[in-house]
Design a protein around this ligand. Structure first.
Ligand SMILES: CC(C)(COP(=O)(O)OP(=O)(O)OC[C@H]1O[C@@H](n2cnc3c(N)ncnc32)[C@H](O)[C@@H]1OP(=O)(O)O)[C@@H](O)C(=O)NCCC(=O)NCCS
Length: 409
């Protein structure tokens, strides 16, 4: 059966949304329709048609992504789905290949995505590039180290939050690799209480700004899941977003979360996932009182190696020669020499022998500054001339603070 792949026409938008919902086994709703109307431009889509029926969907749109020390435009791949009747016959492979080649043709050097199932995407050159913690703590076991506060907290309404939170997020974009830029529409969606995926009685968002000596330096968005038992209130406070741009701000907000009356448990998951360097790890008197789970947020895929390695910044100087293989049309393949001086990298093709031989998926895992090459080498996923090369490469490519992304697009 011949399958046609092409961008959708404007009048096919509702069908595109429906194919995606069906692939995920979900029901349509006004919130999702609004997301599609605002985000989906027909020219950013590739859909699959079998016998004239749309059976597969994919979308890749340009977004702002923070790399170490700089912000670039990357291709954000999402809305990928194939109807259950047409799976495992190569439709995703064809749509994904076209989306990656399309991003290259637009001059984009990277693509990123959130994976529904992590086992799918390394075959397309993506690697897990930002990890984070799911955190939960409960009274009375979780006690925080007593410390003076570093500022004050104030509850704000949605309109005020829409004024005060974006500059704090912009600061994060400039300082934390993995952050995705937000426009006004994205802000309105993130602070909307209409998300149908949430039960109605826990959809209310509570908005708090943290002010330090220099003014606003953090914000917190949370919800409450109410629960009562014979012993009294046992509600859960669900952190939706916590951004802290100054030392002490995150500590104050964690303390606040634990001290909200009637709250028995605090959870940070979903968009509330915490960065690997979150101070909660050092704030809990008993670290074993923290329930921690390691989550992967974004997967990255380098499309143009010299472009990405020359665009991002470095915290050490040095040289590295790598040989990269690429399972998608040998797109990013080649041997490259990276020379870093004063934190600025210059990456070019070379004929020199490589320090490291690796796949584009593994290199992509390292490109946002995650220290992972030593671990990948230990896992047997890199070939090295010199066994110390992975550590040297990590020293050169790793960035502090580590990458973090909470924007599920
Ligand atoms: C995931 C999904 C898009 C795959 O579509 P598909 O057309 O069946 O995929 P393909 O036939 O093109 O498979 C391409 C490759 O990916 C592999 N693959 C596909 N789905 C996979 C899965 N869920 N887990 C692991 N590997 C998977 C295939 O085995 C194939 O591997 P190979 O070519 O190396 O042998 C489809 O199953 C789907 O819509 N799932 C539900 C929605 C979803 O999870 N979407 C992804 C959003 S991030």
């Amino acid at each position: 059966m011949p399958v046609e792949f092409r961008p959708i026409r404007p009048e096919e938008l509702a069908q595109f949304a429906d194919v995606n919902l069906t692939a995920f086994g979900e029901r349509g709703d006004p919130w999702f329709e609004r997301w599609f109307r605002e985000r989906v431009k027909p020219q950013d889509t590739i859909a699959a048609f079998a016998d004239g029926q749309m059976v597969g969907s994919s979308l890749a749109f340009p977004l702002e992504l923070a790399l170490p020390g700089t912000v670039v435009t990357a291709s954000g791949v999402t809305a990928v789905g194939v109807l259950p009747t047409h799976r495992r016959r190569g439709l995703l492979r064809e749509m994904m290949t076209r989306q990656i080649l399309g991003a290259r043709d637009q001059g984009l050097a990277m693509a990123i995505l959130w994976a529904s199932e992590g086992a799918i995407y390394s075959r397309f050159g993506f690697g897990p590039a930002a990890r984070s913690w799911r955190v939960a703590l409960e009274h009375p076991r979780a006690q925080l180290v007593p410390l003076p506060t570093s500022g004050s907290l104030r509850m704000v309404g949605r309109d005020e939050a829409l004024q005060r939170f974006p500059p704090l997020h912009d600061h994060l974009l400039q300082s934390r690799p993995g952050t995705i830029g937000r426009d006004q529409r994205a802000w309105e969606m993130s602070l909307s209480e209409d998300d149908p995926h949430l039960p109605r009685d826990e959809a209310r968002l509570f908005l708090v700004v943290h002010q330090g000596d220099g003014g606003d330096d953090g914000y917190l968005v949370y919800r409450i899941r109410q629960a009562w038992s014979a012993l009294g209130a046992r509600s859960t406070l669900l952190i939706s977003e916590m951004v802290a741009n100054a030392p002490g701000a995150a500590a104050d907000m964690w303390r606040y979360c634990l001290e909200v009356d009637l709250v028995h448990r605090v959870e940070a998951s979903g968009r509330g996932l915490r960065p690997l360097d979150d101070p909660i790890l050092w704030l809990a008197k008993d670290p074993q009182a923290l329930e921690l789970g390691l989550g992967t947020t974004i997967w990255a895929r380098i499309i143009d190696v010299p472009e990405v390695l020359s665009a991002r910044r470095y915290q050490r100087d040095g040289d590295l020669t790598i040989e990269v293989s690429d399972p998608v049309e040998h797109l990013a393949e080649g041997r490259f020499r990276l020379h870093v001086a004063n934190g600025v990298g210059e990456c070019r093709k070379t004929e020199s022998s490589p320090d490291l031989i690796l796949g584009v998926s593994e290199l992509s895992s390292a490109c946002l500054g995650q220290r992972c090459l030593t671990g990948l080498a230990a896992a047997g996923r890199l070939s090295m001339g010199d066994p110390a090369a992975a550590r040297r490469a990590d020293d050169l490519l790793a960035w502090d603070p580590p990458p973090w992304c909470f924007e599920d697009f």
